[in-house]
Design a protein around this ligand. Structure first.
Ligand SMILES: Cc1cc2nc3c(=O)[nH]c(=O)nc-3n(C[C@H](O)[C@H](O)[C@H](O)COP(=O)(O)OP(=O)(O)OC[C@H]3O[C@@H](n4cnc5c(N)ncnc54)[C@H](O)[C@@H]3O)c2cc1C
Length: 246
């Protein structure tokens, strides 16, 4: 059960007028890269709680969350108004199975995300274990506009440090000179994503983690199913592990 603590806002970094990172300090219990915790606020006399994935790796003291300010959003809007030094409630216990120890070892690991759902992958990539379990890791970030491609400095530092990492940006509503255009399921189906990476997955050597918009998670899972990939289940190992944000 959630045990609530009072945390303090250390910083808020705005990437554009909708996307921001919230950096908190709070003495929470340990967590695994890929997990989420809950944040809560009292808004107009009503307590509202929502789940947020860690961006930071477990070893770091600063707790970082990457958020979108949803239009009329009950909690994301009040969270976006927080200032440095403000207090915020946070669950001391983290949850979730969207972690590397739930994914069978394989040669290739495809990390497919939309929007803010790149967060758990950045936590996973900053933590050591993933580099020992997979020889090729492909981080795919699908967004609407170029300005939504956040965390570029961190991503490029990771790419420089780990040659086994490949980063692919996908933009759906603008020209994308440095990556692909369109949507993840179609780019999988056409083979354009694999061609762009110069990496061909197969059912014998690949795992896919998918996170974010439920429609993308569903459509991508269906596309991968049609290609012969199956969901990882407690009873049987497959190739697909998912997390939906709403
Ligand atoms: C396991 C898990 C982890 C999550 N981690 C994050 C995270 O790291 N960052 C984050 O921003 N959100 C994350 N979410 C979503 C988050 O919990 C809230 O749903 C989100 O902040 C909106 O809450 P709200 O009260 O402002 O909106 P509400 O008033 O509850 O409205 C909900 C609507 O907001 C939209 N929405 C929700 N989340 C998103 C999103 N991420 N991007 C675009 N539209 C969205 C959907 O249309 C949804 O129907 C996560 C959800 C889950 C289940």
């Amino acid at each position: 059960m959630a045990n609530w603590l009072t945390g303090r806002v250390k910083n808020i970094k705005w990437w554009n007028d909708r996307l921001f990172s919230l950096i908190l300090n709070a003495p929470i219990e340990g967590f695994k890269a890929g997990q989420f915790t809950k944040l809560a606020m009292n808004v107009d006399g009503k307590r509202i709680t929502r789940a947020y994935s860690f961006v930071n790796p477990p070893k770091e003291r600063d707790l970082e969350f990457y958020l979108i300010k949803v239009d009329g959003g009950n909690l994301s809007c009040p969270l976006s108004n927080l200032q440095k030094g403000d207090e915020i409630e946070i669950s001391s216990v983290s949850s979730g199975y969207f972690t590397i120890d739930e994914v069978p070892k394989s040669e290739q690991l495809w990390l497919l995300s939309t929007g803010t759902a790149i967060g758990p992958f950045l936590s996973i990539l900053q933590q050591g274990d993933v580099w020992r379990s997979f020889q090729k890791i492909i981080l795919v970030h699908a967004v609407r506009a170029i300005e939504d491609l956040c965390y570029q400095e961190l991503i490029f530092n990771l790419c420089n440090k780990y040659t086994q990492l490949k980063y692919v940006s996908i933009v759906s509503r603008e020209v994308n000179p440095s990556g692909l255009e369109g949507r993840v399921p179609k780019l999988l189906e056409s083979g354009a994503l694999f061609q762009f990476c110069g990496i061909e997955p197969s059912i014998n050597n690949s795992q896919f983690m998918i996170c974010g918009n439920p429609q993308m998670v569903k459509d991508t899972s269906v596309t991968l199913n049609q290609m012969g990939y199956e969901r990882n289940r407690r009873s049987t190992s497959g190739h697909i592990t998912v997390e939906q944000y709403w």
